[in-house]
Each structure stands twice: as C-alpha cells, then as structure tokens.
Write a protein that binds this ligand. Sequence first.
Ligand SMILES: C[S@@+](CC[C@H](N)C(=O)[O-])C[C@H]1O[C@@H](n2cnc3c(N)ncnc32)[C@H](O)[C@@H]1O
Length: 248
Amino acid sequence: MNGNMIPGTAGQIAALFGLQAEPLYGKEGASVYDALARHDPSEIRDVLRLARGPVLELACGSGRLTVPLAARGHEVVALDNSAELLGMLADRLPAGADVQLVEGDMTAFELGRAFGLVVLGTSSVCLLDASQRADLFACVRRHLDGLFYVSVVDFAEPLLLRQAERSTVVVHEQSVITLLQHFDGRRGVRTTSLVQGHNALYTSEVHLVSSAQLAEELVAAGFRILERRRGPDSEQVQVQLICGRDDD
Ligand SMILES: C[S@@+](CC[C@H](N)C(=O)[O-])C[C@H]1O[C@@H](n2cnc3c(N)ncnc32)[C@H](O)[C@@H]1O
C-alpha cells in the first residue's frame, strides 16, 4: 500500500517522513505485530474452556492462542497465510506439542478431516469481505464436528457514522510504536496502522462487521448460534459467537 493512500494521521505521518506502508502481517511487520499482540491474554480462557477433540485454529498468527492450547495437551492444526508468523509460532511450541502448522488461506482449505473445535479469534474474521466470509464459513462447516468459536468487535455508533480515529502509544524495547485506528463508516472499513518511530509504517484494513451481521451470515451458511458472549460495555466491545452445525 502506498503511504499516501493511508487515511488519517498515519497517512500524514507517511507523507511527512516519506514512508511506504508495509503489510502488518508481512515480512517486516510480523515482528512488530507480534511484539504488541503476544502478551494479550484475551480469549485464551474462553478457547481453553471450549477445547475438545482435535482443534483447528484459523489465522493463528504467532500462536497467542495456539501455544496455550498446545501446552494443555490438545492436538492442534494451526493455519495462517503468513510464513513469518508461523515461523515464530514454530519456535515457541512446547516440547512434544501435538501441533501441525499449515501455511494456507482460511477461505480455501481442505484438510480432509473434522475437528471438535474450530477457532477463529482476535476478530480476524473481519479481515475478510462478505464473499470471502461465505467461503470461510463453507470451509469451516465441512471441517466441523463440534463447535465453531468466532470473535468480533462491536463498535459504538460514533465510530461508524463518520470518520474517526483512536490512537495508543506503546514503548517497545528501543522504539516508540504508535497504534492508529482509523474508522471510515461510509466505506465500512477500519485501517490499523503501526508507526514505528518515524522509520516504518505497517497497516492492515478490516471490514466493520457487527456481531448481529456476522450471526446472520453464520445462520445463512448453515450454523446454529449456541451461545453469544458479550464483553463489558464500552466503545469497542468484544463479542464471541459459539456455533454448531445446524444439522447437528
Ligand atoms: C489479528 S491477527 C491474529 C493472530 C492470532 N490469532 C493472535 O491472536 O495473535 C490476524 C491473522 O490473520 C492472518 N490472516 C490474514 N488473512 C488470512 C487468510 N486469508 N488466511 C489465513 N490467515 C490469514 C494474518 O497473517 C494474521 O496472523
């Protein structure tokens, strides 16, 4: 992505320092993403509570959820399309872990077996557009013999009606990382940018999909919503949908 195509403050920083935006989960961005994300404890307890039989984790990244599953002795197939993040996960697996890493696309995979739990955490479903989500759900349904756990974030209306921005600054090792979230309600997208000092810019764009919309899509794709868990009220609320196949 060209620096001047990035919206909001991140775009201005890119223009100011002549930065090219690199993909957040790509070669260079992956280690910065990992540094910020790897100690986030959210969803770990929820996923461990649901784990039964072999687990398929989609968009596993560097293993924030995979490693605790493996440490509890679960057999896990962990799929992601970032070779860099999978490489980090491989280095972090506990000795003797029953984990198979698959470099693949969560919208088009065929593993030839079924899983007691399929996990898609960290609201990663929003990385996909509506037609890609339909492809993902068809793949998940084919591989499901149990529960499908998927998380999403519901945003408060002011973030969805017009352009808005939220920023967080983190000091990591020897550098300052600014996390900028730019919301464009009209286009229905949120651009996440990580600016490292004034040397590097990494971005990712996600679709603003509400939990209600996601639930509708899941039902249309042949799932039954068994449980809907909502985090505490705030401007950004995590919602977890736990689903089964509608013919189970
Ligand atoms: C928000 S990160 C979540 C990673 C991990 N679950 C965590 O909690 O740290 C999103 C992940 O989705 C992966 N990803 C994006 N598009 C994908 C696709 N089409 N198929 C598989 N993985 C994908 C990225 O490489 C990245 O690891």
